[in-house]
Design a protein around this ligand. Sequence first.
Ligand SMILES: Cc1ncc(C[n+]2csc(CCOP(=O)(O)OP(=O)(O)O)c2C)c(N)n1
Ligand SMILES: [Mg+2]
Length: 335
Amino acid sequence: MVMTAVESATASLAGLPAELLLDMYTAMLRARRLDERCWILHRQGKIAFHISGMGHEAAQVGVALAMRRGEDHFLPYYRDMAMVLACGMTPRDVMLGVFGKQGDPSSGGRQMPEHYAHRAKNIYSVSSPVATQVPQAAGVALAEKLKGGDRVAVTCLGEGSTNQGDFHEALTWAGVHKLPLIVVVENNEYAISVPMEKQMAISRVSDRALAYGVRGVTVDGLDPIETYHAAKAAIDLARSGGGATLLEVRVVRLTPHSSDDDDSTYRSKEDKATLKTNDPLPKFRGRLLAAGLLSPQHERELDEQLADEVNQAHQAAEAAPYPEVEWAAGPVYAP
Ligand SMILES: Cc1ncc(C[n+]2csc(CCOP(=O)(O)OP(=O)(O)O)c2C)c(N)n1
Ligand SMILES: [Mg+2]
């Protein structure tokens, strides 16, 4: 557990208490440092693949901290490292999956890296075909409603994936049955190399909500506070029987699509330079420093503590054994 002293116990920003704001910053920074380590491990040839969430952290943390984490149902997608960490997975859990080692809670080392799952934290497995998690989440939300429970289902996907039939079918179902469902679209304006204007003829994904009879909201996903307030409103509404929300969070993808992609073939140098000025992490850090919620010294201490966490997670996962072949193949193929 990372402890950082609050500069002023009564300080707040946009109506949120200091403790929550520091939790947000810590969760964003933890994900960033773990993500950076994964890129290094990939370039060192130690892991096979990495898909990054850099630029999405503020949005993911804003949504996660508005949930009843570990209790509400969460169906993530591959870019949700910050969100699964905020929902209770540890850096070690993530690293075990990245290395494909025994003890990986997501799949016991069977799945691709960043195909997160954690049964105890109520995190459902990422499926590789994009948007399949949306009808799965609608099904989970319907089950919750039929059982008379008050948990909501939250699922995430990219804007490109909203062009899949699965998205349309799930949102139609969510509207008809007033499901306790929040569909978070992390809009980074690219589907691998395809820019948004070549994916759809609209500029706001949330406009699609009208056609399904659900609420549609767009927020600045580079701001964890704005995202938190929007997610909280959507979750409160869903929990009280008010139905589903399509929540579009506008983010940036600071890296290529994955470790196998070269974005210099389709993004200009100017475009990439502009992206860096929209990094949510220094933006939020600047606001916390200006509001007196964080001092340069505490910021350094926090960074050092998180570096230790990442080092320990990396070392434990690298040293862990691979799963036994018989065991790993067991639940996949019939004997
Ligand atoms: C059904 C299906 N089609 C194609 C792919 C290959 N694919 C993986 S990620 C991706 C791009 C998705 O873009 P977007 O939804 O915007 O999410 P982002 O990666 O930008 O976060 C594609 C086409 C896939 N996994 N599943
Ligand atoms: Mg995208």
